[in-house]
Design a protein around this ligand. Structure first.
Ligand SMILES: Nc1nc2c(c(=O)[nH]1)N[C@H]1C(S)=C(S)[C@@H](COP(=O)(O)OP(=O)(O)OC[C@H]3O[C@@H](n4cnc5c(=O)[nH]c(N)nc54)[C@H](O)[C@@H]3O)O[C@H]1N2
Ligand SMILES: Nc1nc2c(c(=O)[nH]1)N[C@H]1C(S)=C(S)[C@@H](COP(=O)(O)OP(=O)(O)OC[C@H]3O[C@@H](n4cnc5c(=O)[nH]c(N)nc54)[C@H](O)[C@@H]3O)O[C@H]1N2
Ligand SMILES: [Mo]
Length: 816
């Protein structure tokens, strides 16, 4: 069944291991990017496309959320940005003929790489209940099926609407409105698995769930700590910014269990120096920390600073602490009480090293801490991030040039999606503004996050699922549970650019809606539309695709959502909504079709004339001219401007090349929107993972050749792994001590103590052991192949993020 790894994925025998690289980027990276681009797009289209990436009149790179520098190079892209673009701008097509030729069972046997390689989706497709193949369906029929399914659930909370982070502000804003119009806040998104811990910790402590630095701050910093992040692969353009900071004398400290190439040394392909020499040495210090040891590291830094203050004075920013913070005294006491022995055990670093990092912080006049998934995907991620804030507050390192917190976001518009309302726990202020703008009452009760949605699906409480981008089945933890959960849903709908596992592991019925990507020209309402996105630093700018779309059949995400709104809430398309399709199998849940509570079909008269054939909450649906919004995205922006603070003069400010910087209280004015208006010092009991005897702690991470669940290829060049992904990186001493051999093929078995105290086991078969420089007791393997090992219930406190960076596993010999 689908829970088995696809056959083609069992490629550990072909893996070749070479030396790990000490230098990132440089000329080989550019050549590799061009090779992939040429394979997918041909030479002319490659050049045309790549020159438009991140240019002021071009499109925003769909790769990562790192901001553009103000002065742009002709080629403002990186190797992995080029791969992301090539993947989308590919000339390969997945057409109705493709679906006729391949059954669902056959597609399921392929791995994620093969599925993605087939190319762009070209037509709406439907999988009927019990069918072996998808068949084409018209847009009108597909959207009516979907609206019908939504309208016919007994309770709006039986619907779930997922979002991935590539969706534009315009599409995301309309989508959340659709969902709230339907009557639920079930808006899980990829953020729940990504930077939710950052949002939680920063909102609590500094009153905003975002970072507080700009790209100029990075350049001006005196000290940059890069913790739990692999920018050489996942945010390569960040390396240029680090290089610039370095040239101005900044110190860089890398905190990571792995010696990642990009953190060590960087060859900038855009400067002559990069080509001619060995590049810039980036990290001045490399703290090779144990998985999950970061909270201890930052507590150690805090302790060191407070001790130095006591001894010599002049370390703390007393004026800042007095004026802008609360809770300092309790924090000071807690650090005084902490024991170095425990801090050393948790980090795996000697006291001397911890103090050396602390000393660098003490000497710095402006410190920035950057982080990504290595810090957000642990059980104690939120307390860890609170402890980072504590350290920065001590020296007033928030709200002044060159200083602050810098959670480095993943998806290119994941931050923007949240800004415009993709959130299962919306604030009352946001909902009030939405209500006023659209003349309805949005639901107040919080909805499901990603893990909550999976639980509800697993337990049979969800009848409709829609994914606005992303790949829910492969990205989420506990693959076997998720696959079974999807199967219990009546209708699953995926709005997608490329084929992926969520199209072949589906509900009883499934619909694929192919859509435009960032690079595609979006011609609507007789003109070219642009969209907007927000980068990791709160800067919003326009993005306009230039390539001819892969098929005449594609609708933009905005158009898809606007038409669904029309069908469900009336408006220009109201006549059509009268013909909403009935549920496919009315027999399936007859009791739910009888008493529909307040959800009723009404006549034109009841809906005060404007909404004939209204479907649900007739008097309580958002009102707008949906067809007009589809024809002119500027109208959506004007709604956003009225609902969300900070978007004043939206249209004018995003006009050609201009950037709109969203307000950021802590950064702009040391204003903290917490209960008492102060930034909060917090006291967080020290936590770190304890690894049971004979076991390893596994982190699941990205290779150099993937974008989340999109696998570009099977190499991980910087780590010296070629030709396969089913590998597990283990310290050579652990391999010996545990009684295994390098290159041996093993099963990974995760062990998790369930709620009833019993140990649950999950298995991922056939991984080749690769000796690697990771701390003793720690191991690493790629996601998504290892998601099957991550228990659904193993989530971070407060944020609910799956603990993808700390999974207890044992290796098991296979019968050879
Ligand atoms: N090319 C490419 N770019 C991407 C993506 C992609 O898949 N491919 N994904 C995008 C997305 S959505 C995101 S969220 C980001 C992800 O960007 P990253 O967070 O860089 O991605 P990961 O591969 O998960 O890497 C985690 C890093 O943290 C380290 N780490 C793991 N656990 C710990 C720990 O306990 N402590 C410390 N100090 N370090 C730890 C790992 O060794 C690794 O270097 O990248 C975005 N950009
Ligand atoms: N074990 C483990 N699990 C993890 C992580 C981990 O580190 N370890 N990382 C987590 C993180 S940080 C994240 S962000 C999630 C990622 O989760 P997702 O965002 O759900 O996954 P992606 O792989 O980025 O989604 C790729 C799909 O998006 C579609 N797509 C691409 N561009 C567009 C577009 O413009 N519009 C639309 N509609 N569709 C598009 C394509 O069909 C493609 O197949 O995974 C999480 N899961
Ligand atoms: Mo992410």
């Amino acid at each position: 069944m689908a829970t088995k790894p696809p056959k083609a994925d069992i490629d550990e025998s072909r893996v070749r291991v070479t030396q790990t690289k000490r230098v990132a980027v440089g000329v080989p990276a550019v050549l590799h990017a061009l090779q992939i681009a040429n394979e997918q797009m041909g030479v002319t289209r490659s050049v045309q496309t790549l020159l438009r990436v991140n240019q002021k009149d071009g499109f925003d790179c769909p790769g990562c959320a790192w901001p553009e520098e103000d002065k742009r190079h002709t080629a403002e892209f990186c190797e992995n940005g080029a791969k992301a673009v090539a993947e989308e701008a590919t000339l390969r097509r997945v057409s109705p003929e493709f679906f006729a030729a391949h059954s669902i069972d056959e597609l399921r046997a392929h791995d994620d790489w093969w599925l993605g390689q087939q190319g762009r989706l070209t037509h709406p497709m439907i999988l009927d209940e019990g069918a072996t193949h998808y068949r084409p369906i018209s847009w009108d029929d597909a959207l009516r099926e979907i609206a019908g399914a939504i309208a016919h659930v007994a309770d709006p909370d039986e619907t779930v609407f997922y979002t991935s982070g590539r969706t534009s502000n315009e599409a995301a804003f309309l989508y959340q409105l659709l969902v709230r119009g339907v009557g639920t806040n079930n808006l899980p998104d990829c953020s729940n698995m990504c930077h939710e811990s950052s949002g939680s910790a920063l909102t609590e402590t500094i009153g905003i769930g975002k970072g507080t630095v700009s790209i100029e701050d990075i350049h001006e910093a005196d000290l940059l700590i890069v913790a739990g992040q692999n920018p050489g692969t996942n945010h390569p353009r960040m390396l240029s910014a680090l290089e610039k900071a370095k040239a101005r004398g900044a110190t860089i400290i890398a905190v990571n269990p792995l010696p990642e190439a990009g953190l060590m040394r960087f060859e900038n392909p855009q400067t002559v120096k990069g080509v001619a020499f060995r590049g810039t040495k980036l990290a001045d210090q490399f703290a090779q920390i144990r998985l999950g040891g970061d909270q201890a590291l930052f507590q150690a830094i805090g302790k060191h600073l407070l001790e130095a203050e006591e001894r010599d004075g002049g370390v703390l920013d007393h004026a800042f602490i007095a004026e802008h913070t609360s809770g300092f005294e309790a924090y000071r006491q807690a650090r005084a009480d902490a024991s170095w022995r425990e801090l050393v055990e948790a980090t795996g670093l000697p006291e001397k090293t911890l103090r050396r990092v602390g000393e660098a912080v003490r000497m710095s006049k402006a410190t920035i801490v950057c982080w990504a998934m290595g810090l957000t995907q642990h059980k104690h991620s939120v307390p860890t991030l609170r402890d980072i804030v504590d350290v920065l507050l001590l020296q007033g390192n928030i709200g002044r040039p060159g200083a602050g917190v810098c959670p480095v976001r993943g998806h290119s518009n994941v931050q923007g999606d949240r800004t415009v309302g993709i959130y299962e726990k919306p604030s009352a202020a946001f909902l009030d503004a939405l209500d006023a703008e659209f003349g309805f009452a949005a639901p107040r009760e919080h909805g499901f996050d990603t893990v909550g949605a999976i639980r509800a699906m697993r337990d049979g409480g969800v009848r409709f699922f829609m994914g606005m981008g992303g790949n829910f089945v492969s990205a989420t933890p506990d693959t076997a549970v998720v696959e079974a959960a999807m199967g219990r849903v009546d209708l699953t709908v995926q709005v997608s650019t490329k084929l992926n596992r969520s199209h072949v592991v589906t509900g009883r019925r499934a619909i694929i809606l192919p859509t435009l990507g960032r690079t595609d020209r979006d011609q609507r309402g007789g003109r070219e539309q642009r969209v907007t996105v927000e980068d990791s630093m709160g800067a919003v700018h326009a993005s306009r695709g230039r390539l001819a779309p892969p098929s005449e059949e594609l609708l933009s995400e905005v158009a898809i959502v606007a038409r669904l709104c029309g069908l469900l809430f009336g408006g220009a398309d109201a006549a059509a909504s009268a013909r909403l399709a009935p549920p496919a199998s009315p027999g399936a849940a007859p009791e739910q079709d009888i008493d529909r509570g307040q959800v009723e079909r009404t006549s034109a008269e009841e809906a005060d004339g404007s909404n004939p054939a209204e479907v649900r909450h007739p008097l309580n649906v958002p009102r707008a001219d949906w067809a007009a919004l589809e024809a002119d995205y500027a109208l959506i922006r004007s709604h956003i401007e009225r609902v969300i603070p900070g978007f004043d003069d939206y249209e004018a400010r995003i006009d050609k090349g201009r950037t709109l910087h969203l307000p950021n209280g802590p950064r702009d004015a040391r204003r903290f929107a917490t209960a008492d208006g102060k930034a909060r010092f917090t006291v967080n009991p020290l936590e770190f993972p304890r690894i049971p005897r004979g076991r390893l702690l596994l982190q699941t991470l990205r290779s150099h050749d993937q974008y989340n669940t999109t696998i570009y290829g099977k190499d991980d060049r910087y780590r010296g792994i070629h030709g396969g992904r089913r590998v597990v990186l283990v310290n050579a001493k652990d391999i010996m001590a545990l009684g295994f051999a390098p290159d041996e093929v093993v099963d990974l078995v995760s062990e998790w103590t369930g709620p009833d105290g019993r140990i649950e086991e999950r298995r991922a078969e056939r991984f080749r052991i690769v000796p690697y420089r990771t701390p003793r007791g720690n191991a690493a393997a790629y996601y998504p192949e290892t998601n099957v090992l991550v228990p659904l219930d193993s989530v971070a406190d407060v944020s609910g993020t799956p603990t993808s960076k700390s999974v207890v596993v044992r290796l098991e010999h296979r019968d050879r």
